[in-house]
Write a protein of this length. Sequence first.
Length: 333
Amino acid sequence: MDALREAVDEVAARTGFSGVVRVDVAGDTEICSAYGFADRALEIPNTVETQFGTASGTKGLTALVVMALVERGTLELSTTARSLLGRDLPLIAGDVTVEHLLAHRSGIGDYLDEDALDDITAYVMPVPVHRLATAEQYLAVLDGFPSVFPAGERFAYNNGGYVVLALLAERASGVGYHELVRTLVCEPAGMVDTAFLRSDELPGRAARGYLAVDGLRTNVLHLPVLGVGDGGIYTTASDLHAFWEALFAGRIVGADTVREMVRPRSDLPEESKRYGLGFHLHATGDEVWLEGYDAGVSFASSHTPSTATTVTVMSNWSDGAWPVVKLLGERVS
């Protein structure tokens, strides 16, 4: 792996990568390296124990919360959103189910339509970001978006759908979303350094998210102050390794549920992948991954059960991760 490590070092130096790279193969950690600064102003370096934002990587944990509630009988895949929303979000069609939302096949309008964004660092929140810290508070930004196609018709990646799932999980269980993630996912997985952190009071071990390859401007005004459902959790490379091991060992949800979640619901040949319930899937193989991209955050973590290979790249600037992700995609199977 010396040649691969040298290649990662070269790409990191050439592209201004800031973050952590970890590669594990068959139980051995082949690469675990940190680059750049967690705090540029104070020149505090990233370490392999730094906590990074994951943006949409959070969706996989939300999906696991929902599926854990399905296992407990609190929800069903066939549960309609309307049955729990009552009068809230009236533009969500009556036949939209939990399964539709998990699979990005709901057809509901999206409060954050990434296809309409020319610049990931654009200001997109219609309310002050400090007002977005709980699932119920997100009702203010989720409302008013008409359906774009009938439920189940096709795949369309949808951020708002995962915030709706967080809201449904809360209402069905009577427990707050952040607490559900902690108790149903993080604790059974042994993810001791994973948590939802407020962007305006990050602890010392958390990396600030920067908009560009250089400069001091962070993402604190661009993202909700506390993520719910579709993004916002912070974690470490070590915790992600623990996550994949726990997931495929059946310690978060049962083995049958895991198989259901990684069963393809949509084939996306234009992106050379498929999609299950909360997880991206390789077009033909058994690789499963989470990824996230937002102002100040770029992240990907994958696991291939057949080769026991886990690859994680976490960066604290908007486009930092992608050159390293591309390299490892070409070099690590």
